[in-house]
Design a protein around this ligand. Structure first.
Ligand SMILES: [Zn+2]
Length: 267
């Protein structure tokens, strides 16, 4: 107890001179107990304790999120792809936001998404935004791509697939870009099928057209696409290309540099 910040009240008890609450309590004395004064926390102490508790919780939260982000993404820059950088003009992006906002319902309904559309329209970016938002809610998310799934060795396949199935949300990027060997296609089917059996949501991105998917003739692929369409609602992503935006940004950056240099050149 910091004596400098206390005073003795009219009732003889010690008071806090900051919040003016009693720092002692008078209770009826049970037999054999000598004292009838018991220490109590004043508002300042309660506040301090709350503050420390919150700091501890925040620290633990940051550690969990940071660890799960490192596990989720194979590229560090993807940890920065969040909804905060979105202007809300893309209908597909709004679907992505709704997916996160209604996560509990999404999970119960086992309702995944299939982001489809042309190359560089920002499908991967969108999926990563979902991942980051759910990771912030301390959900376990894994974002991988179909090439990684098809490249897994026979020895590791069983354990790898079981691991992918265990995440709260699994995101698989770039359907259609993987190898088409029998083994590769079987691996893709096993992942999708196990995820389907587990009842946990799945998000897939693809450059394939919906017509390519629905009119596929190859039976092995049809098996995959049927499962996929059963689990994931197709969402067309046809907005401005994030990569084009990024390329324009870089172009402007270099334009700026060259301009400066040109202006600074001696004639
Ligand atoms: Zn106080």
């Amino acid at each position: 107890m910091d004596k400098e910040n206390t005073f003795i009240g009219d009732d003889g008890l010690i008071y806090c001179s900051i919040c003016h609450e009693a720092m002692e309590l008078k209770l009826p004395t049970p037999l054999l107990v000598k004292f009838d004064r018991f220490p109590r926390q004043c508002a300042c102490h309660r506040l301090q304790e709350e503050k420390e508790k919150k700091e501890r919780r925040d620290r633990e939260h940051a550690e969990i999120v940071s660890r799960n982000k490192r596990i989720c993404f194979h590229e560090k820059r993807m940890q920065e792809w969040t909804f905060e950088h979105d202007d809300g003009s893309s209908p597909a992006m709004n679907r992505a936001r709704a997916f996160v906002e209604h996560w509990d319902e999404v999970r119960n309904a086992k309702a995944g998404l299939l982001f489809w559309g042309g190359i560089g329209t920002g499908k991967t970016y969108m999926a990563a935004c979902i991942a980051n938002a759910l990771l912030e809610k301390e959900k376990r998310v894994m974002m991988t791509d179909f090439s990684a799934i098809t490249n897994i060795s026979v020895n590791d396949a069983r354990e790898y697939i079981s691991c992918l199935v265990s995440y709260d949300l699994l995101i698989i990027d770039d359907l259609g870009a993987e190898r088409s060997t029998e083994y590769a296609i079987q691996n893709v089917f096993d992942v999708i099928n196990r995820r389907w059996e587990s009842g946990r949501p799945l998000i897939v991105t693809t450059n394939l057209d919906m017509e390519d998917i629905t009119k596929e003739k190859d039976i092995a692929k049809t098996r995959i696409y049927d499962r996929l369409l059963d689990m994931c609602t197709p969402v067309l992503v046809d907005g401005d290309s994030k990569r084009i935006e990024s390329a324009n940004h870089k172009k402007n950056f270099y334009k700026g540099i060259f301009k400066q240099k040109k202006g600074g050149e001696r004639t």
